[in-house]
Design a protein around this ligand. Structure first.
Ligand code: AMP
Ligand code: ZN
Ligand code: ZN
Length: 412
């Protein structure tokens, strides 16, 4: 009797001890993120914000980030269009390697066209190669959130950000900031540590009125004020000193004119091609069988335009190995435009898509926070180098990519 009572008490004691230890372990698990101080990083992209607008226009809030951290002139990847470049920043891969080879392209394996306005394609993970940083993060246990960033609404490798918003032009910048701030106040187990957000300007006004216009001037100042509001709200948070901030863009903007336009239907006969997709100044051509040489020959003497095949494309463009690029790529020289039948460009307008060697295609890059150095020197950076930098800040193992360590050199 005594021995069984003893056994009973012994067993109860052991069970109590075990459950206490287990609870202590669970408590510890809950507090691991706080203990390890998982870093915070927020990345804002202002579409089409050319690298030198802040030198031409008063941008006190961006200047302040540069003063507290770093500033670079960011070289975009080819073609210098919105979707290819947001996704190059995300993956560290050139568009040729990640598969979003233009804003609109033909996918021969499915015989379909991917278009930025077509949600059934934009939200289909099939189209997106490589591994964007939010997928790298989620796979390694870091919660991410996004208020509009190319690729964040498609399950890529089966993974979506913990929080995301389907693209719409409606939300204002202030609404986006307010959402971000709300996410940063979520209980720690739901709180994202890596956040992206996006504003579609000053790209729109840059297209309509040209990069040197008064409209761009005003829009840049308005966006700088939004950055000011964002920073003020961040600074009110108890975790503000732990937050890293990047403000960047996908590409710059080039002034164009009705004086420098190549009308391609003057050279390209209907019987030469099956499909031509893209927008000024870069198009992908799918030739009809036997007509690749005829198309190239048709453009050899045309001023202001180049027609490249996989064997003639300059290596620094890193393009044309992906079958989605088509047989040929038609690219206007800087400041020239390509239109199909008639000139519709009036007075001064703007566009992008040119060779990234044209410095007007460079974008802004400003960053501050505990991970960043404080340095006044303006440096050059390629957008494929951002992925490795993000992984380093967030303590993530990077996936294979085309970037090098130049971004990491900006870190403490
Ligand atoms: P573009 O200047 O032609 O390269 O493209 C800029 C346009 O892309 C913007 O004005 C937006 O309307 C559109 N855009 C940007 N991000 C997205 C997105 N995530 N989903 C759909 N459209 C987008
Ligand atoms: Zn853009
Ligand atoms: Zn644009």
């Amino acid at each position: 009797m005594t021995s069984s009572r003893l056994n009973y008490f012994g067993f109860t004691f052991l069970a109590l001890l075990l459950s206490t230890l287990l609870m202590a372990q669970q408590e510890e698990d809950k507090t691991i993120p706080a203990k390890k101080k998982q870093p915070y990083l927020i990345i804002l992209s202002l579409d089409g914000f050319r690298w030198n607008y802040p030198d031409q226009i008063a941008t006190p809030n961006l200047d302040n980030i540069a003063k507290n951290g770093v500033r670079a002139s960011l070289q975009a990847s080819f073609p210098t269009k919105t979707f290819p470049n947001h996704y190059s920043i995300a993956t560290g891969l050139y568009p040729d390697h990640h598969g979003i080879v233009n804003n609109t392209f033909y996918e021969p394996k499915r015989a379909v066209i991917y278009k930025i306005g077509d949600n059934s394609k934009v939200q289909d993970g099939y189209f997106y190669g490589g591994e964007p940083f939010w997928v790298t993060a989620e796979k390694q246990g870091v919660k991410t959130a996004s208020f509009h960033w190319v690729g964040t609404t498609a399950p890529i490798k089966g993974v979506l950000p913990s929080i995301y918003k389907v693209y719409s032009p409606k939300p204002t910048g202030h609404q986006k900031v307010d959402s971000l701030i709300a996410w940063l106040q979520l209980p720690i187990e739901h709180r994202p540590h890596l956040i992206t957000w996006y504003m579609p300007e000053p790209d729109g006004v840059g297209h309509d009125f040209g990069p040197e216009s008064e409209a761009v001037h005003r829009k840049v100042q308005e966006l700088d004020s939004l950055v000011g509001y964002f920073m003020d709200e961040i600074n009110k948070l108890p975790i503000s000193s732990e937050i890293n901030i990047i403000v960047t863009s996908d590409h710059g903007m080039q002034e164009i004119s009705s004086e420098r336009v190549v009308l391609i239907n003057q050279y390209l006969k209907k019987e030469y091609y099956q499909q031509i997709l893209g927008s000024n100044p870069v198009y992908n051509i799918w030739a009809k069988k036997g007509y690749i040489d005829s198309i190239q020959y048709a453009f050899t003497q045309v001023k202001g335009i180049k027609c490249y095949s996989a064997s003639t494309i300059p290596p620094h463009l890193h393009y044309m190995t992906n079958e989605r690029c088509g047989d040929l790529v038609l690219l206007a020289d800087s400041a020239y435009s390509i239109q199909m039948n008639k000139i519709t460009i009036d007075a001064k307008e703007g566009t992008h898509g040119y060779d990234p060697a044209n410095s007007n295609m460079n974008a802004i890059f400003f960053a501050q926070g505990p991970a960043f150095k404080k340095q006044s020197k303006l440096v050059n950076l390629q957008n494929v180098d951002i992925y490795n930098m993000i992984c380093k800040i967030m303590n993530l193992n990077p996936a294979q990519n085309d970037g090098d360590n130049d971004g990491i050199l900006l870190l403490q």
